[in-house]
Design a protein around this ligand. Structure first.
Ligand SMILES: Nc1nc2c(ncn2[C@@H]2O[C@H](COP(=O)(O)OP(=O)(O)OP(=O)(O)O)[C@@H](O)[C@H]2O)c(=O)[nH]1
Ligand SMILES: [Mg+2]
Length: 353
């Protein structure tokens, strides 16, 4: 599951990506530093994993991961091929969700492609390009259906086009009568987290952030104020030093932990745990995945030979404190193939091989 980091040039996308993934995307003060798609695998902070580590003392403790993609900056006219327009848009099409990074920091040494700090305008510039690109995609699809009479799909595509043309965000699902089509091939349907990159002395009650937050709310999205520069510096420090600095700077947020958690929520994933053998491990899967498919995520043989799963919720395990106690209390439930994995389930797969 991937989150694409998008935004105007020079807003700090690669800085964010580097801090997140400790990858080596170039960071430099001029537009289009990033021309290739960079993917970083990031562990999802989860107190439950730490708790399981304490209780089970496994040799190896593994967090669930999500992927961030550093995408080249977009400019006005990207949908018409300006800048790295088309490549940029193709990369966005491939990701599941969008982290839209917006410049809120002042530093006049860093060039702003639009000439001034104005988060809402910047958001509109980027979103307009996404919408224009979607309109083109829709037109192409609508053309295909022109000869088909009473095509429900055509009607739906036209409806989507109408919605987009008014500047509204399109919905993933459009319904007409009994027909329902997934519109997830459109860029503007992707769940979005707006991250305002603020100066370290700015706050999440600043006028700019409140505007961004309102915008996000109206468009069924999320928003976060994030002092990227200081947070990336803090991320390099030892835990204790970091805590001290956080207090000194009066930083109220939870830093990257919060940013990653919010990204994780955006992807609408649930976490399950496996505790067999030497390794205790957290896995992320889309909400609504059956335990049968979850087994396949761990090992293809487990899916093929799946018999049943024994399930205990993290909280029950924590209360019992050990597997022996769980069994004594009869707190293990047996579930068949169709069971939908719940966030926090510890799963023991029974399979034949
Ligand atoms: N003051 C300040 N400078 C920042 C911040 N974030 C990034 N910068 C600086 O802005 C410049 C551009 O940052 P990048 O991370 O390369 O920006 P980008 O969005 O990846 O740019 P493109 O890839 O060209 O689209 C660098 O010189 C960074 O050091 C910030 O939070 N505060
Ligand atoms: Mg970059």
């Amino acid at each position: 599951m991937q989150i694409g980091i998008i935004g105007l040039p020079n807003v700090g996308k690669s800085t964010l990506f580097n801090a997140l993934a400790k990858a080596r995307a170039e960071v430099a003060n001029y537009p289009f530093t990033t021309t290739d798609k960079n993917i970083g695998v990031v562990p999802v902070p989860d107190e439950r994993v730490e708790k399981l580590g304490e209780l089970l003392q496994p040799e190896k403790l593994t967090f669930a991961t999500i992927e961030f993609v550093d995408i080249a900056g977009l400019v006005r006219g990207a949908s018409k091929g300006e800048g790295l327009g088309n490549r940029f848009l193709a990369h966005i099409r491939e990701v599941d969700c969008i982290l839209h990074l917006v410049r809120g920091f002042q530093n006049p040494d860093v060039v702003h492609i639009e000439g001034s700090i104005n988060p809402l305008r910047d958001i509109e510039v980027v979103n307009t390009e996404l919408a224009l690109s979607d309109l083109e995609t829709l037109d192409r699809r609508i053309d295909k259906f022109t000869k088909v009479k009473n095509s429900e799909e055509r009607e739906l595509l036209l409806k989507a086009k109408e919605t987009l043309s008014t500047g509204e965000r399109s919905n993933e699902n459009f319904e007409i009568g009994n027909a329902e089509f997934k519109m997830n091939f459109l860029l503007t349907t992707k769940p979005t987290l707006y991250v305002l990159n603020i100066d370290e002395d700015s706050h999440d009650n600043s006028k700019e952030f409140l505007q961004v937050n309102d915008f996000a709310r109206i468009h069924q999205s999320q928003a976060l104020a994030f002092p990227l520069k200081i947070e990336s510096e803090l991320a390099e420090m030892e835990l204790n030093e970091r805590k001290k600095m956080r207090e000194e700077w009066g930083l109220s947020g939870k830093g990257f932990v919060e940013l990653i958690r919010k990204s994780y929520e955006l992807l609408d994933l649930v976490t399950f745990f496996t505790i067999k053998g030497r390794e205790t491990k957290a896995w992320a899967i889309p909400r609504g995945t059956s335990v049968h498919h979850a087994a396949g995520k761990v090992h293809s043989e487990m899916e093929e030979g799946f018999i049943r799963a024994e399930v205990i919720h993290f909280q029950d395990f924590q209360r019992c404190g050990s597997m022996a106690r769980v069994k004594e209390e009869g707190a293990l439930k047996t579930e068949g193939k169709e069971y939908l994995v719940q966030d926090g389930d510890i799963l023991l797969f029974k399979f034949k091989n």
